[in-house]
Design a protein around this ligand. Structure first.
Ligand code: 0WD
Ligand code: CA
Length: 378
């Protein structure tokens, strides 16, 4: 009886348990000044080859090779080669943080700030942070992030939601082709050597990937994350990573101010979040017609994207994105109290709701591989 009364007030013997912690995501709660975000610096990189094998080098890095400026319309046929020359990555293979952990295992001794720095850091993919940044404005797709604390470090790895899995398995043919077209655009815009010319005759193999590993800090949170970089520009004002990287995107050609407005509200938010995090200074977009031909190219400097939406009442605000991300990381830091690589705190979010937490042990949610845990424990 005394135990039952522990949390009860003067009202009587109602049994009260602590409410399950949750985090609201309403944009209005995160309005404020832009938080501290340290200029991201590159710690290293790695490549994945055509068979998805890891290499601790830059063999998969490609070089930005846009068509000469005097060509008015690029006229890339993005459907060319589909489906014969498409080798899509096997999406059934759940890699979690594995490639990033392999890099970390090989470089953890050389991190600035020593091993103590890593113990206080958050380790994740850039794409997971992108989803966090856009959460206050997202109305369609929820997410789940698995978190484990191990030797102090917080590891965050996305879990595919049942809805996302169902969508992937039922992906209609036109969407498969649209995915191909995005990669085909990269092939038209990139060369294998600095100063070389693109060769669109080969196959599009999405196993191949070049990833940059970056360090930054958001508020008090030290971050170590990795993201796929489409190419580097040998003619960039600064050839020093990450300032040399260029993100490539395709989008539907737009014809009315209303279409541009909608593009700024939704797509540009995702482009901004993805490139701002690693400090990639520009996104080069190819706008395609209904037949899949790129009709124009346009460069969007990452730091100027917000200007395009700033005066729109229905627009997004970078401060809200970053403040929410910082609040989420604090929420995770305060929730994931037990240091155990087999223990997973699962953070789940669906649009219009708060972030909630559940706790799990081992399969299917544990994601830190034994080869990593054992090697680091030595
Ligand atoms: O399995 C998945 N659903 C995904 C796996 C989704 C996104 C990424 N990844 C993998 C990447 O291949 C990489 O190994 O995770 C790692 C982290 O990459 P990241 O840079 O943190 O991820 P993100 O920023 O979300 O996406 C970068 C690129 C995409 O470029 P665009 O321009 O489309 O944002 O990763 C690729 C794509 O090239 N990518 C995917 N590849 C295969 N399947 C997918 C997907 N569903 N989504 C994005
Ligand atoms: Ca891209």
């Amino acid at each position: 009886r005394a135990g039952e009364m522990k949390d009860g007030g003067a009202e009587g013997p109602t049994k009260r348990t602590h409410p399950a912690p949750s985090l609201p995501t309403d944009a209005s709660l995160y309005v404020g000044s832009f938080p501290f975000y340290r200029r991201p610096s590159e710690l290293g990189h790695f490549s994945l080859d055509a068979e998805r094998r890891y290499h601790g080098d830059s063999r998969a890095l490609r070089y930005f090779a846009p068509p000469p400026i005097h060509t008015s319309a690029p006229d890339f046929d993005l459907r060319e080669g589909y489906p014969e020359r498409y080798r899509p990555r096997n999406e059934e293979i759940r890699e979690g943080l594995d490639h990033l952990l392999r890099w970390l295992l090989e470089h953890r001794g050389q991190l600035e700030g020593g091993p103590g720095w890593l113990a206080g850091a958050v380790v994740t993919w850039r794409g997971h942070l992108t989803k966090l940044l856009t959460t206050p404005y997202e109305r369609q797709e929820g997410w789940q992030l698995a978190a484990s604390r191990f030797l102090g470090t917080l590891y965050l790895s996305e879990v595919e939601t049942p809805a996302a899995r169902a969508q992937r398995l039922a992906r209609p043919p036109f969407l498969r082709e649209l995915m191909y077209m995005g990669y085909k655009f990269e092939q038209y815009m990139c060369a294998d050597t600095p100063g070389g010319s693109p060769d669109p005759s080969g196959e599009v193999n999405t196993n191949v990937e070049f990833c940059s590993v970056l360090q930054s800090q958001l508020g008090t949170h030290h971050l170590l994350f990795s993201g796929e970089m489409d190419c580097t520009d040998p003619k960039a004002p600064s050839t020093q990573p990450p300032a040399c990287y260029v993100e490539l995107k395709t989008s539907k050609e737009m014809h009315s101010p209303g279409q541009w407005r909608s593009f700024y509200r939704h797509k540009l938010l995702k482009w901004w979040a993805q490139s701002f995090l690693p400090g990639v200074p520009r996104v080069v977009a190819g706008f395609r017609d209904p037949a899949g031909a790129v009709r124009s190219l346009k460069t969007f400097p990452t730091m100027k994207m917000f200007e395009l939406i700033r005066n729109d009442r229905e627009g997004w605000n970078p401060s809200v994105c970053m403040n929410f991300c910082a609040a989420f990381l604090s929420f995770v830091q305060n929730t994931v109290t037990q240091d155990d690589p087999r223990l997973v705190y699962l953070f789940s979010w669906e649009p219009s709701g708060p972030v909630t937490v559940s706790v799990h042990y081992d399969a299917p949610y544990a994601f830190l591989p034994t080869w990593y845990v054992d090697a680091v424990t030595q």
